[in-house]
Design a protein around this ligand. Sequence first.
Ligand SMILES: Cc1ncc(C[n+]2csc(CCOP(=O)(O)OP(=O)(O)O)c2C)c(N)n1
Ligand code: SF4
Length: 278
Amino acid sequence: MSALAQQAAFRPQQFKSDVKPVWCPGCGDYTVLSSVTKALAILAVTPENVALVSGIGCSSRIPAYTTCYGFHGVHGRALAAATGLKIARPDLTVIAAGGDGDGYSIGGNHFLHACRRNVDITYIVMDNRVYGMTKGQPSPTTEPDWDSKLSPHGTGLREFHPLVIALASGANFIARASSSDPNGTADLIAQAVRHPGFSFIEVLSPCVTFRPEQRGWKDSVRPAPVAPTDDPARAARRLMTDDGFNLGVLYAGHRKPYQPAIGRGAALAADLEAEFVL
Ligand SMILES: Cc1ncc(C[n+]2csc(CCOP(=O)(O)OP(=O)(O)O)c2C)c(N)n1
Ligand code: SF4
């Protein structure tokens, strides 16, 4: 098939399910969903060769809105399930997705170790700096002075810096996107999926209900003024002056993905099972 004919064969629409999203009108997650389906069309994959894995949260509803295989699991455990799936089925494109609460709070430990393990999956975090689904509690990325009914005068706690943590923990591809730029986000997701190893994309995705001021993010984001680097020290220096609104690929490294031989795991599991037979 020619490149043009191949492109025409894959349409974002074919990745959209009939399930109607229940997100609030204006939620950034709508455009992230459309960026995911655009990225899958760019990647020229078919829905049965893709699995979307999530935890719990508004953003974690995303697998149901696609025609791909989906696993809507428990809070904070998307990466554990996605890692196991990729190891068992390396032929699948595996994408984990969810929110900042799911990924950095209850799932924080899994985030560190998924970066370190470097299994060939992509992780999209729709960061709105709040727990949307449970009605507005502060999350690890919430600003210390964010004043709300649930955190009067702010938490006073320093924010978690996901890109710094991802770099320090060994993620092989690190990027930031914004739901206000659906095409740019689609392109970054496609790059992340193509890049071998653990790819992490932070997508700034406003929660218009509990953080209406985040609608202003669209005016703050800008393309990063520097090209991506494969040098972790240089990426770390860039992050020291990052204000959280630079978009694009920050780091694309060369670490070899971790992929244990398949078959061996199944044999070990069978041995273990035999040991426990009563
Ligand atoms: C073990 C467990 N603890 C707490 C909850 C309640 N809970 C559901 S979603 C959520 C936070 C969601 O926030 P985030 O991941 O940022 O997603 P958003 O809703 O903002 O997209 C919490 C605390 C739960 N479902 N399971
Ligand atoms: S509560 Fe916030 S994150 Fe959840 S759907 Fe509404 S706007 Fe989106």
